[in-house]
Design a protein around this ligand. Sequence first.
Ligand SMILES: [Fe+2]
Ligand SMILES: [Fe+2]
Length: 132
Amino acid sequence: MDAKYISGIAEIDSQHEELSRLVDSLREVIAQKEKRHLVHPALKRLHQMLVTHFEYEEALMGMVRYTDLSQHMKMHRNVLKLFENYFDHPPLPGDHEHLGKLITDKVLGHVMEHDSKMVESVREHLNRQAGR
Ligand SMILES: [Fe+2]
Ligand SMILES: [Fe+2]
């Protein structure tokens, strides 16, 4: 993951790094026709990791009383919904690129834009507690 997205909160960073690895391998299997059968398991793995990750983030945001918690949670739900739609109605062959791109863009976009805002506020909270 790009250095500018490193938050300094170790657990969040390692989870984001794992997510970024899963997104990369999803992109890879989408890009190669002979690996199409691996798209579904790759999505399952990414989905599973996101469920755990979102729970962790939401607990953290609750702990620091993050003001945009409900909005942030709504975005998490929307990302998970993309996966659920995919699992409920798998796309026709040929639509994989489009769907895979949509999902990977949404996941990475969320991390880059909204998680960095959230992380900033968590850091401020920790600094206040430390009396800095
Ligand atoms: Fe995140
Ligand atoms: Fe998030």
